[in-house]
Design a binder for this molecule. Sequence first.
Ligand code: TEU
Ligand code: CA
Length: 540
Amino acid sequence: MSDKKWWKNAVIYQIYPRSFADSNKDGIGDLQGIISKLDYLEDLGIDAVWLSPVCKSPQDDNGYDISDYQDIDPMFGTLEDMDGLIREAGKRNIRIIMDLVLNHSSDEHDWFQEAKKSRQNPYHDYYVWRDGKEGNPPNDMRAAFGGSAWEWVPQIEQYYFHQFAVKQPDLNWENPRLRQEIYDMINWWTARGVGGFRLDVIDQIAKEPDRKITNNGPRLHEFLRELSRETFQKADLVTVGETWGATTELAKLYSNPDNSELSMVFQFEHICLDQMEGKEKWDLAPLPFLKLKEVFGRWQTELCGKGWNSLFWNNHDLPRIVSRWGNDGAYRVESAKMLAILLHGMQGTPYIYQGEELGMTNAAYKMEEYRDIETLNVYKERKEKGYEEEEILRSIHAKSRDNARTPMQWNDRENAGFTDGTPWIKVNPNYKEINAEKQVQDRDSVFWCYKELIRLRKQYPVLVDGDFRMLLEEDERIFAYIREDEKSALLVVCNFYDRKTDCPLKELDGDMRLLISNYKETEQKLVLRPYEARMYIKEK
Ligand code: TEU
Ligand code: CA
């Protein structure tokens, strides 16, 4: 391998704790629930688990609103449970990656409770305050979850800034005391044995609201370098930043191999393709397939040797990939495997979001069955704007974050084996057909395809180090590429659609050995059946 970073051939599994496994019948997943499923994760073969936030929180945004960074929310368990999880995972060579929400806290955090008492309070400057303009907010900036980004606090006659919900006031990174408190907190978690961190909306910390700058503010990389120096660089951690505003140029800074900032970032260029240009994710548009290939190809080639990619289709904010760009009807299994093979052949660290390894699907619920703050707000907002009910629901069915948040489907018993109580959100009714128990026993399942892909990544260094070349760039149905190092060439060829298609690939010669595919036998090498995907290797 090019260098010894453990996370370069790692596969990371994301857990959304409240929807994973419930141990105490309150209908909400928890840390003991996760511990009880570690054998399943070990069997799958993953190296690390990224836990969405489990710190103390009023749960206005499901834990992305933290009121105490150094305690566990009682809903999930205790600090002892967390230590137990780190220890038990460690026995299975699985590291625990925590979610750091550093752009904002909850308004119930002690810092904010103090900050809003008076302008002279020592914590006041931990947040971003401005005076109003003649009873109006300082400007017209909007929050991500709807409404103004400014909230008035009558006691001190000032507005505070929030890029997300009203209960998520933005932290002021300009303040060195705040930064130091954050570093101390991170080092405290590292000392407890945490293996890494995912950094929530990290490119928004250097905001300058007076100039309407949210992400990529002028001081961003200065802050990141200081953060990294004071914390991450002191240990062998993996760090991944969530950066909606990343370009390949910026990603090379974030993931510079000199380790001055982060290990890698999540970039969202491919994720934003199926929406109307310049509009919101709710404004649906078909996926431009050639553009998808162009985006992946560009990230693969531009970061090669100069940075590091993360590879993902899903997370707790995104719809299920098999429903989104695959086919969750007749070809659910084939298309889920195709999307897995397509992604896991590339360079970078793959992330698997809970249930993705089962081909779990979106859930088209009735409005009263949704729980997510963003979904509830967009419904209200679009109703007020006069959108038709049907159109709003179509967007929500396609893009609601709750698509990813329905309970993990463990078996075909009540509530999919997720809880013996009443689940906090409805279980997807297809759990009798789609569940872990069934798939673990079935070698042809989506689960086994993921398991095999993880194993291959450990076995073939070309998957980690090989450079990337896109093939058939102009083909309207086939996604094909080659990865190459001194010793071998690895070929991935996928039919992205539900119609049989000819495959004019000259690279597909006799010396290629099939490593994995989603159909039992290859009938004709140069014809791809619906969603057919194959990965070949050729030793030089
Ligand atoms: O998400 C960042 C973010 O920008 C989201 O609002 C995203 O745009 C939206 O979910 C897509 O529809 C992170 C977390 O992943 C998300 O769960 C949190 O709600 C958000 O930050 C605030 O902490
Ligand atoms: Ca519980």
